[in-house]
Design a protein around this ligand. Structure first.
Ligand SMILES: *[C@@H]1O[C@H](CO)[C@@H](O)[C@H](O)[C@H]1NC(C)=O
Ligand SMILES: *[C@@H]1O[C@H](CO)[C@@H](O)[C@H](O)[C@H]1NC(C)=O
Ligand SMILES: *[C@@H]1O[C@H](CO)[C@@H](O)[C@H](O)[C@H]1NC(C)=O
Ligand SMILES: *[C@@H]1O[C@H](CO)[C@@H](O)[C@H](O)[C@H]1NC(C)=O
Ligand SMILES: *[C@@H]1O[C@H](CO)[C@@H](O)[C@H](O)[C@H]1NC(C)=O
Length: 577
C-alpha cells in the first residue's frame, strides 16, 4: 500500500536517474563455508520476490563480492542468477584484503560484463559498492570487537578510482560507484575523502547493537532515524541508501534490545514501512539468515530455512497503528547536533557470509561497534529558503472532496478536527528543507521545520487506510517556549505561513529545483505567534495515500523548530476525527 502510492517523481538534484529499490543482502558462502551456488542464489532471489505480504516489491539484491566463493576470480554465480530472475543488484567488491584481491574482484566483474550476459547484468545494476564496513573495522570499536581486517580511507578512495576506471570500457560504464559503511564511519570526518569520491553513500545501522545506549525496541525507530539523519548530514548531498538494517528474531539480548519476532515486526513496520520503503533504496538485513546453522542473533525474516512465508507480517498493515506511536523525531536528538553524538554507538553488522574469503567468512555474528563517536555530528543542512509555489485556488486538502477554509488560530475549525494531539493523529514521516539560494542542494531528512525568506520545508504524511471515511485536519502547533519540554524553536521577524499541497511526495533527494508541482494552495495563518494552534485545512482523509505539503514563511517571519510530539507538541500534524 505504501509503496504503490509513493511512485512519484524522482527528478534528482544531481542529474542521476534515481528510483527506489528494495531487497535483501546476500553473502557468498554458507555457514559451513561452502559456496552459495547458482541454484541457491536463484531460489533466494525468486523467493524474495514472492515473499508473502510484500506485493512483489523486494526485487533487489545487495552482494558483497564479485568473486564466486572458492575461486580466485571467477564471477559470482549471483550475477547469472540476477540476470535469470530479473533482480536488480547493488554489486560489491570486498575491499579489506589488499590490492591483489581488488584486482581479482575487478577481474571477476569485468569478465562477466564482457561476457554474453554482461549487458543483461549492466541494466540491473543499481550501484557498485567498493567495500563493506572496511572503515568501521579499523575504528576503535571495530578493533575492540575483533571485527577483522579493514581498509583505510585512502585505500578505499584509491580502489573506488580503480573500479571507475575499470568499468569505463564495459557495458556498465556510467554505473554509480560508492561505498558501504556503518553510520559511525560516515560521520567520522577522517573518512571524508571516501564521501567525496563516492557517487552514493551506503549506510548500515542497527539499533540492536547500540548496547552502550538505551536501546529497547521502543527506541529502535528514533535511534535508526538519528543515525540516518546524521549520515545524510555528513553525506555532502550524495544519496544515502540503507544497505543494512533489521532487528533480530532470535538470539541474545544486546543492551536493552531483545530479539523476538514481535520486536522484529515492530521494527519492520516503523523503520521499514514508516520511513524507508518506497522512499530510500533499502536492502534489509535479511531474507534468510546464515544457512544451515542458525546464527545468534538471527535476522532472517524467514528464519534459517528458505521459504516465501515470513515469520512475521511484512505487509505494512501494522504501519499505520505503529506509525502513530513513532516518536516523530524526539528524544534521541533533542534539538540538534550534540545529541547525535550522544546517540553515538556505531553498530554494525558484519554479515556472516560477507566476504569473498570463504575461509574466513564463517562466523555469523553481526559484530557490533557501538560506543561513542567522537566526530562532529553532522546534522542536516537547513540553510534558508524559498517560497516557491504560489498557485491556484484554495480549497481541497487531503482529498479532493472537501473544502476548507482559512486557518484559524483557535484550535478548531468549523468542520475540521481539533488541533490538539489528544486523539488520533499522524506524524510527518519525512521533513525536507529546500533552499532557494542553493537550488540544487538536497536538504535531506530533517528533524526541524524551517521557514524563512529563502528556505521552506516539505512535510510528507502517510495517511493510513484506517483513516478511511474520517475527517483529517492539517494542523500547526506552536506552544510558547516555556511550555516546551524536549523541544525548542527560534523565531524572528513577523509574518505567517503559507501551505501548498503538492502533487506528489518529496524525497530526501528533493531540492528547490525539483520540488513537486503544487496541487493546490491552502493558504495559512497570516500571523504566527507562540502559544497558538492553527488548523490549516480540513477534508476527508486521503486514506492509504501519501500527502505532501510545502510550508513557506510570509512577511519577514523566520522560524526554525524541532518537530516533537511529546508533552507539549510542536509542529505540523494531521489530526483525525
Ligand atoms: C575515524 O576514522 C579514522 C580513519 O578511518 C580512524 O583511524 C579513526 O579511528 C576513526 N575514529 C573513530 C572514533 O572511529
Ligand atoms: C564492541 O565494542 C563496544 C565498545 O567497547 C562495546 O560496547 C560492545 O559491547 C562491543 N561488542 C562486542 C560484541 O564485543
Ligand atoms: C562512459 O560514460 C560517460 C558518461 O557517463 C561518457 O561520457 C563516456 O563517453 C563513456 N565512455 C565510453 C567508453 O563509453
Ligand atoms: C582468508 O582467511 C584466512 C583465514 O582467516 C586468512 O588466513 C587469509 O589471509 C584470508 N585471505 C584474505 C585474502 O583475506
Ligand atoms: C532545530 O531546532 C532547534 C531548536 O530551535 C535548534 O536548536 C537546532 O539547531 C535546529 N537544528 C537545525 C539543524 O536547524
Amino acid at each position: 500500500m505504501l509503496s504503490s502510492t509513493f511512485v512519484a517523481v524522482f527528478a534528482a538534484c544531481f542529474s542521476t536517474a534515481y528510483s527506489q529499490y528494495q531487497g535483501f543482502n546476500y553473502g557468498s558462502t554458507n555457514t559451513d563455508s561452502s559456496p552459495v551456488t547458482l541454484e541457491q542464489f536463484t531460489s533466494d532471489f525468486t523467493t524474495a520476490k514472492a515473499l508473502a505480504g510484500t506485493n512483489d516489491a523486494f526485487t533487489s539484491a545487495r552482494l558483497y563480492t564479485c568473486i564466486q566463493a572458492g575461486t580466485t576470480n571467477t564471477p559470482s554465480d549471483a550475477f547469472q542468477a540476477a540476470v535469470n530472475t530479473d533482480t536488480s543488484v547493488l554489486l560489491g567488491l570486498w575491499a579489506s584484503a589488499g590490492q591483489e584481491n581488488i584486482n581479482n574482484e575487478i577481474a571477476a566483474l569485468t569478465t562477466f560484463l564482457d561476457g554474453s550476459s554482461g549487458a543483461g547484468l549492466a541494466k540491473l545494476i543499481v550501484g557498485i559498492s567498493v567495500g563493506s564496513e572496511d572503515l568501521y573495522r579499523i575504528s576503535p570499536t571495530g578493533i575492540i570487537n575483533n571485527s577483522g581486517a579493514g581498509a583505510s580511507p585512502d585505500d578505499i578512495t584509491n580502489y573506488i578510482g580503480q573500479v571507475k576506471t575499470a568499468i569505463v570500457n564495459t557495458v556498465a560504464n556510467g554505473s554509480l560507484v560508492g561505498h558501504v559503511d556503518t553510520w559511525t564511519a560516515w560521520v567520522n570526518g577522517s573518512n571524508d575523502a571516501v564521501i567525496t569520491n563516492s557517487d552514493f553513500i551506503g549506510m548500515d545501522a542497527y539499533p540492536y547493537f547500540q548496547d552502550t545506549m538505551t536501546n529497547p525496541i521502543g527506541d529502535g525507530y528514533s535511534l535508526f532515524d538519528a543515525a540516518f539523519e546524521a549520515t545524510v548530514g555528513a553525506a555532502d548531498g550524495k544519496p544515502v541508501w540503507v544497505t543494512e538494517t533489521g532487528w533480530p528474531v532470535s538470539g541474545a539480548t544486546s543492551g536493552d534490545a531483545v530479539p523476538s519476532t514481535a520486536n522484529a515486526q515492530t521494527y519492520w513496520d516503523q523503520v521499514g514501512c514508516g520511513l524507508l520503503f518506497g522512499k530510500t533504496n533499502t536492502w534489509w538485513y535479511t531474507l534468510q539468515d546464515a544457512y544451515p546453522t542458525t546464527p545468534n542473533p538471527s535476522f532472517g525474516v524467514v528464519g534459517t530455512t528458505l521459504s516465501d512465508t515470513p515469520l512475521y507480517d511484512l505487509s505494512c498493515s501494522g504501519a499505520s497503528t505503529s506509525a502513530s506511536s513513532i516518536p516523530a523525531a524526539q528524544a534521541t536528538a533533542t534539538a540538534g547536533a550534540a545529541s547525535i553524538n550522544a546517540a553515538g554507538a556505531g553498530n554494525e553488522g558484519t554479515p556472516s557470509t560477507a566476504g569473498e574469503n570463504a575461509s574466513s567468512a564463517a562466523s555469523s555474528t553481526a559484530e557490533t561497534a557501538s560506543s561513542s563517536v567522537s566526530s562532529p555530528a553532522a546534522v542536516v543542512v537547513v540553510a534558508a529558503v524559498t517560497t516557491s509555489s504560489a498557485a491556484s485556488a484554495p480549497t481541497t486538502l487531503i482529498t479532493k472532496t472537501s473544502v476548507l477554509p482559512a486557518a484559524s488560530a483557535s484550535g478548531v475549525s468549523a468542520s475540521g478536527c481539533p488541533a490538539s494531539l489528544s486523539g488520533t493523529h499522524e506524524f510527518p514521516h519525512l521533513i525536507v528543507p529546500v533552499d532557494k539560494d542553493s537550488p540544487t542542494t538536497a536538504g535531506g531528512n530533517s528533524y526541524n521545520g524551517t521557514f524563512s525568506s529563502t528556505v521552506s520545508s516539505i512535510f510528507n504524511f502517510d495517511v493510513p487506510e484506517s483513516d478511511s471515511g474520517k475527517t483529517c485536519s492539517l494542523v500547526f502547533l506552536l506552544p510558547t517556549q516555556g511550555e516546551l519540554i524536549s523541544s525548542a524553536f527560534s523565531l524572528s521577524g513577523s509574518g505567517g505561513l503559507n501551505v501548498a499541497q503538492l502533487k506528489s511526495s518529496a524525497t530526501e533527494q528533493t531540492c528547490y529545483s525539483t520540488v513537486p508541482a503544487v496541487e493546490s494552495n491552502l493558504g495559512g495563518p497570516i500571523s504566527v505567534t507562540p502559544g497558538n494552534e492553527y488548523v490549516i485545512a480540513s477534508g476527508s482523509c486521503a486514506a492509504g495515500q501519501a500527502v505532501s505539503y510545502e510550508v513557506s514563511a510570509t512577511g519577514s517571519l523566520a522560524l526554525n523548530y524541532f518537530q516533537d510530539s511529546s508533552a507539549a507538541a510542536i509542529g505540523f500534524y494531521i489530526t483525525v476525527c
